[in-house]
Design a protein around this ligand. Structure first.
Ligand SMILES: [Zn+2]
Length: 393
């Protein structure tokens, strides 16, 4: 499918060092972005769908790097079906599993946790709920896993590992497993803060610095935060990514975002939701946290967009998260909400408003245009300008 988005007001690139792209059009073909800039009449003529953005703002599809998927579009934590599709309506085109720890009766032995991760990975390899890409299968680190297990998992495709729910007496005991998983090419992630569900324990700065994972999950608490003094230590003494989650502690989210900016570590600041969880299902969680950082911590809104898109992509090695030729065609049109006092999406985010989602293109296919079921309405009229398909969106 070939899709063009024209008449865009602002294009936010997803790269916080160069946050804007020039032009007013994006052309996509076969799931990839072909060009960003000013499309010619000929570029547009050969498209199956042309979307008139009506001067709204284009951002990369949001990447939620902390979602507790299980199987299918269902969460047993809140007994809710269809939540991933709802997240897509909140602009999330990619979800990354934070481990399948919510599967009822989940296994705890090495063979069991390996089988669970592999089954989840394979179930979502081709299944895209609502059009969303789900990276599933994060092996839960438990005693007994060894080098050969990580080698086998990686060979089968599993590339994520999670520490925090294993049957260990002390979090320091995760360190050898984290190092082994890293050595075999897995992205390693660690629960941070106080315990979240029965079976998890407190993990603070000393533990993180002993483990040295790729990502400190919900660095602002999941939901209880580690001591304030530990934030500067892990920023200065490690290179781990700092994942701020909607379901965590708002005060320490702001503290961490300011420190990351001021200590030249903004590359490592990434946004996620950590849902579904005790805090619930939050389809607009990414947009909330972006607005919190921009309105309360003076993070520029385009930088908040980057933390929710390109920075996540860089940390996890994904080919999405940026509006640039060659990247996955995951694009969201956002605007100031109808009735708000701001006149653009970025001004609305800076004001603390939740931007309205006007359209989502995921993997090069329009999933909806002009009528997100979850976000506020927009005053502008994002619409399908022309369509050669048998249906409109
Ligand atoms: Zn979590």
């Amino acid at each position: 499918m070939r899709v063009a988005i024209t008449n865009i007001g602002t294009i936010v690139s997803g790269d916080w060092r160069a946050p804007f792209a020039e032009g007013d059009s994006i052309v996509c073909a076969e799931g990839r972005i072909v060009s960003v800039g000013t499309a010619s009449a000929k570029d547009v003529e050969f498209c199956d769908v042309v979307i008139d953005a009506d001067r709204t703002t284009a951002i990369p599809g949001l990447i939620d790097s902390h979602v507790h998927i299980t199987f299918g579009d269902f969460t047993p934590r809140q007994n809710t079906v269809g939540y991933l599709e709802s997240y897509l309506h909140g602009g999330v085109t990619t979800a990354i599993s934070a481990s399948e720890v919510h599967v009822p009766g989940r296994p705890r032995d090495p063979e069991g946790v390996k089988a669970l991760a592999l089954a989840a990975y394979k179930c979502f390899e081709h299944y895209r709920p609502g059009g969303m890409r789900v990276h599933a299968g994060s092996v839960i680190l438990e005693p007994g896993l060894n080098q050969a297990d990580f080698a086998e998992l990686k060979r089968q495709g599993v590339w994520l590992a999670k520490a925090g729910f294993g049957d260990f007496k002390s979090a320091f005991e995760y360190a050898p497993l984290i190092h082994a998983a890293r050595a075999h090419g897995l992205i390693t992630t660690v629960h941070t803060g106080g315990s979240s569900i029965p079976g998890s324990g407190a993990i603070t700065g000393d533990h993180l610095l002993a483990m040295r994972p790729h990502v400190s999950f919900h660095v602002n608490g999941g939901p209880t935060a580690m001591p304030d003094r530990d934030f500067e230590r892990i920023i200065r003494e490690s290179d781990m990514a700092l994942q701020i989650c909607t379901a965590g502690n708002l005060r320490t989210a702001l503290l961490c975002a300011r420190l990351a900016r001021d200590l030249n570590a903004f590359d490592r600041l990434i946004i996620a939701t950590d849902t579904p969880t005790g805090s619930g299902v939050m389809p607009l969680g990414m947009l909330y946290t972006m607005a919190h950082l921009a309105s309360l911590a003076d993070i520029r809104p385009e930088h908040a967009v980057a933390a929710a898109t390109g920075s996540n992509a860089r940390v996890y090695g994904l080919d999405c998260g940026f509006i640039a030729a060659g990247k996955a065609a995951d694009i969201v049109l956002i605007d100031a909400p109808d009735g708000g006092t701001q006149d653009s999406a970025l001004a609305a985010i800076r004001n603390g408003d939740i931007a309205a989602v006007g359209a989502v293109v995921s993997a090069g296919e329009p999933r909806f245009v002009g009528r997100s079921r979850n976000t506020p309405g927009t005053t502008r009229r994002v619409r399908v300008a022309s369509c050669k398909l048998p249906r409109t969106f």
